[in-house]
Design a protein around this ligand. Structure first.
Ligand SMILES: [Zn+2]
Ligand SMILES: [Zn+2]
Ligand SMILES: [Zn+2]
Length: 495
């Protein structure tokens, strides 16, 4: 086959996806044909169905790499490796395989696509906007809402740059090659970040690492900001590998996390909840004026606090605790973000093992405190957002909805861990995207007038255990009625 191609058609940071679309366009061919011509011996011997792992674009496993190099007059594999490394090296060893870092479906920028350009930086999970145009990326066809697999495959595509449904991502014809262009300029912050990665790849001893969670890291925005905090740790008597897994250390970890939640509670009572202590007592102690009437209206701030606390600590009931104190004492009361914290801990731990062969617990605790603090505050605001409506309805979200609220509240963060070998000190940079919207003034508390505090003080607490005792002593109709009211009320507010 005589292939029409010029190596100038391949741009910096371009992904093989648009390279092959261009190849298909100018040669009036499709993706299966390309794979047949440029495929490995193994692929050529496949008679019928060529599977997806021969079509993948990260390693180009299904290709005869030499043939591909000759045909394109360009080493596409090396080009791929270089870009992928500069994107993922800063997170060294976070995932064992490349696939984790890139979306399995095509993500693209409509403006870049107009020039026939698709980039690895669109496909990379940590960017949700085009780093050239700041536009939100597409991940489904605007015509039929289908996802396009990031593969060399005809499955969801018709002609070059065209979806099966007929929607054209770009209006090209066979001789459009002179309309192809790469975007002019990359976002300067991202460019700086990329260049720094490339530079540190040159030096053999990698001494910094980014610690992140792919779902909670808007990298493009995070690298723009300067760190919110930087903390330097000088070397210290640190712990051994086995200590990390010991019960003693895990208890210490729990103590640190628990202490941080308690600090958030204290901060909430100093600021937003200052005037709602009595409202919280009323709800947490199930107080009302007498056994015959309904429970009084719930103050939205009390609602937010009580259910924030129940969900964050995974407490069994919302009532009956000391409103000002929280303790996570055992595995029986795990924090709602325990999995995420373990995920971050493990990264810190494995990096420290790599560079120090020891564990510096101070660094780990500092990072976890930041995460718990920020999450807890965000999560409180998320509860507050629904508190107005829900407190009037006397209802709570389902556990599934609460998990969604949790994911939404986990902050977009990144920690850059720098290790200086000569002084054997570490500095940790903390990056965090703040939301900065105050919703505290949106709600009104029904108990702010002078007499309200005294009223609540004089109310009687009707906790389920106490009501059960009442019935044991006197199984009257009134008491049974009371028990029913309490049970219904508690049930409505249970999750
Ligand atoms: Zn773009
Ligand atoms: Zn479509
Ligand atoms: Zn209140």
């Amino acid at each position: 086959m005589n292939v029409v191609w010029r190596k100038e058609w391949i741009n910096e940071y371009e992904s093989p996806w648009s390279v092959f679309e261009k190849l298909a366009l100018v040669n009036l061919t499709d993706r299966n044909e390309i794979l047949k011509v440029l495929g490995s011996t193994h692929v050529k011997n496949i008679k019928h169905h060529i599977g997806d792992n021969q079509r993948e674009l990260l390693q180009l496993n299904g290709f005869n790499v030499e043939r591909l190099h000759q045909t394109l007059d360009f080493n596409l594999q090396e080009h791929n490796n270089k870009i992928i490394h500069s994107l993922i090296t800063p997170f060294s060893e976070l995932y064992s395989s490349w696939e984790h870092w890139f979306h399995p479906d095509l993500h693209w920028c409509s403006q870049c696509m107009e020039g026939g350009f698709h980039s690895w930086l669109h496909q990379f999970r940590l960017f949700d906007e085009c780093v050239f145009h700041d536009l939100k990326l597409n991940h489904v066809c605007p015509g039929c809402r289908s996802a396009i697999p990031f593969l060399l495959s005809n499955r969801q595509l018709k002609h070059a740059f065209q979806c099966k449904c007929g929607h054209a991502f770009s209006n090209f014809h066979v001789s459009s090659w002179n309309e192809w262009r790469s975007p002019d300029q990359m976002n300067p912050d991202v460019l700086r970040w990329l260049q720094a990665n490339q530079a540190s790849m040159m030096t053999s001893n990698m001494q910094s690492k980014w610690i992140i969670h792919a779902e909670h890291c808007n990298l493009k925005r995070l690298v723009k900001e300067s760190p919110e905090a930087i903390k330097v740790f000088h070397s210290d008597d640190s712990l051994h590998r086995g200590d990390y897994f010991s019960n003693r250390f895990q208890k210490e970890l729990l103590r640190v996390i628990s202490g941080t939640v308690q600090r958030v509670v204290e901060r909430l009572f100093q600021d937003s909840l200052q005037n709602h202590q009595h409202c919280i007592t009323q709800l947490m102690e199930l107080r009302k004026s007498n056994e015959a009437i309904e429970f009084p209206e719930i103050c939205p701030f009390a609602y937010a606090y009580v259910f924030w606390r129940k969900s964050i600590l995974k407490e069994e009931h919302f009532y009956g605790y000391n409103s000002l104190r929280t303790t996570l004492i055992s595995d029986a009361e795990p924090l709602i973000i325990r999995d995420l914290l373990e995920y971050f801990s493990d990264q810190v731990f494995s990096y420290q093992m790599k560079i120090l062969q020891r564990l510096d617990a101070r660094i780990l605790f500092w990072i976890l405190e930041k995460l718990v603090m920020q999450f807890s505050e965000n999560f409180f605001c998320t509860w507050l957002e629904i508190a107005g409506k829900r407190s009037k309805e006397i209802s709570v979200p389902s556990w599934q909805e609460i998990e969604k609220m949790r994911d939404q509240s986990f902050p977009s963060v990144a920690f850059k861990y720098n290790f200086d070998e000569s002084s054997s000190s570490s500095s940790i940079e903390y990056y965090h995207l703040s939301k900065n919207e105050s919703i505290l003034n949106k709600f009104e508390c029904p108990y702010q007038h002078e007499s309200a505090k005294a009223d609540i003080q004089s109310m009687i607490s009707y906790m389920p255990q106490k009501v059960a005792m009442l019935i044991m002593n006197n199984p009257s109709d009134e008491n049974k009625m009371l028990q029913k009211t309490v049970e219904t009320y508690v049930k409505k507010l249970n999750f």
